[in-house]
Write a protein that binds this ligand. Structure first.
Ligand code: ATP
Ligand code: MG
Length: 489
């Protein structure tokens, strides 16, 4: 009875719709009833309606079997390490509510990857069959964002954002250039998994059934600690060149190997970075520097020749550096990583100084005469201007980077006079300059006398906190920045 229903009910509608749609069969009416009309060359063959139904039943049945066969076997609770206690309780509430209202809803992306690796996820993203307006109706603290692809930001109890997006489909073919400019088609869980960048980033977690769903063999790559693109890496990087930087970020941060064809594609497609939005490139550079694996990221960027495209001044400095200078550069970045591993945050300007300072030092070392402290600022600006212009670095961050680097060159003069010290302590970048000096000290760049001088200055004029408490107005900027970074995904 059930089987009959499955085939017969959709048949009546399907024989009209599907047959006419595909133009393989058309329906015609005669005084003897309705006939199916198949075309074979110039001949027309009339089929009784039951024969049309049989053909369609077979077609629909085959399609059903195909769809069912394509669904991967879920990985059950006992076979994976994800436990509810490790998942943000608000994210769980979002998943439960969507599911209670009959929608599919999964935890997706980096959170599933990190939970499977036993790491603490940075954030929890949700993908669902609910459309943006439906999501908005279900959650009180929810706002819809995004122009190209509308998605929901649901605010959790601790102020954290649970990004909730409708399943997406792979964007339309974008022609020769392959750069994706339109990314707003709704899709199914499978299409949503396939449009993601790397296999390990495309795992889904069904919190209701406590099962992991793997459409792309991501679990195997996760076990082998291998980063692999979903599909041909050359095409995926042409679609979105920022994925090359994401590859570096994940390989460095998670200590994964790059799958050989991915590695080759990064090298061959590196010039495509020129087609990406600079705001995204800048955001991605910051993520490389503050992700806790800055040293490894810069090393890998250099090895894959992405550095020569994005920050050629740093790759040239590395190429010129002797062993001692090379060690000095990476010691500083390793110090950044140690500090970040302790849960501390480093302001963007100081992050930038971490890669620009070695460039400045290397140019200064090549100058035939000593520069006067008053010339320091001008020289640093000249050296770093191409970088700031190329990546449209926001003025605020660049100002900080310039000021903290200048302070290192002028400190010897500043520390000698009380007036100069108190004047320096009143400047808007005093705290950042002290912080940068501390990072340099920790990495072994300062002499004991210099360390002492900075420490006594900090004692004499205690620096204010590096991060001001957020006010309502400034939070708005934060949101804008976040949107800028997430624009194209
Ligand atoms: P992180 O731990 O840094 O947050 P993540 O993997 O969660 O890492 P996000 O930038 O938060 O990275 O993106 C969430 C998910 O969205 C990714 O895991 C990936 O599945 C998908 N994604 C992000 N950017 C892209 C992109 N450029 N192309 C395809 N998929 C992407
Ligand atoms: Mg994330």
């Amino acid at each position: 009875m059930n089987v009959a229903l499955i085939f017969v009910v959709p048949l009546c509608a399907a024989d009209c719709l599907v047959a006419q749609h595909f133009n393989l069969l058309s329906l015609c009416q005669s005084d003897k009833g309705i006939f199916g009309c198949a075309k074979s060359g110039s001949k027309r063959i009339l089929l009784p309606i039951w024969a049309v139904r049989c053909v369609l039943a077979i077609a629909i049945g085959a399609r059903l079997v195909m769809v069912l066969a394509m669904e991967p076997e879920p990985i059950r609770f006992s076979e994976h390490p994800i436990r509810a206690k490790d998942i943000d309780s608000d994210a769980l509430r979002v998943l439960a509510r969507l599911s209670d209202y009959g929608f599919y809803a999964y935890l997706v992306g980096g959170s599933v990857r990190d939970l499977l690796l036993g790491r603490k996820p940075k954030d929890f993203d949700v993908a669902t069959s609910a459309q943006p307006d439906e999501i908005k109706r279900l959650f009180r603290r929810c706002r819809l964002i995004g122009r190209r692809f509308r998605l929901a930001h649901i605010i959790g109890d601790k102020g954290q954002i649970i990004e909730t997006a409708t399943f997406r489909a792979k964007p339309e073919d974008c022609g020769e250039a392959q750069l994706i400019t339109d990314d707003n088609n709704f899709g199914t869980p499978r299409t949503d998994a396939l449009r993601r960048d790397f296999t390990v980033n495309a795992l889904f977690y069904d919190a209701q059934r406590q099962e992991v769903i793997d459409y792309v063999d991501g679990l195997e790559d996760l076990d082998n600690r291998l980063l692999r693109t979903i599909g041909d890496p050359v095409i995926r990087f042409r679609e979105d060149p920022v994925r090359m930087m994401r590859a570096v970020k994940f390989a460095a941060r998670l200590d994964f190997e790059l799958e050989p064809s991915l590695r080759a594609a990064v090298v061959s497609q590196r010039a495509e970075l020129g087609k990406a939005a600079v705001a995204r490139l800048y955001e991605e550079i910051l993520r490389l520097l503050n992700g806790g694996a800055a040293a490894e990221s810069i090393l890998l960027m250099d090895e894959l020749r992405l550095l020569e495209v994005l920050i050629p001044e740093v790759s040239a400095t590395l190429a010129r550096a002797d062993d001692e200078q090379y060690e000095r550069i990476f010691n500083l970045l390793n110090t950044y990583d140690d500090v970040i591993a302790k849960g501390k945050k480093i302001p963007n300007g100081i992050l930038l100084a971490g890669i620009l300072w070695p460039v400045v030092e290397s140019v200064l070392a090549e100058l035939s005469s000593e520069i006067r402290p008053v010339q320091a600022r001008e020289l640093i600006e000249e050296i770093t201007r191409p970088f700031a212009v190329r990546l449209s670095v926001p003025r605020r961050a660049m100002e900080t980077a310039l000021a903290v680097m200048e302070s290192q060159l002028r400190f010897d003069r500043i520390r000698r006079k009380r007036n100069a010290r108190s004047g320096f302590a009143r400047t808007s970048h005093y705290a950042q300059s002290v912080c940068f000096a501390e990072l340099r000290a920790q990495s072994g760049q300062l002499t004991d006398t210099e360390i002492e001088a900075w420490a006594s200055l900090a004692q004499e004029f205690p620096p204010p906190p590096l991060f001001e408490k957020r006010t309502r107005g400034r939070r708005g900027h934060g949101r804008q920045r976040q949107r800028r970074g997430r624009q194209r995904r």
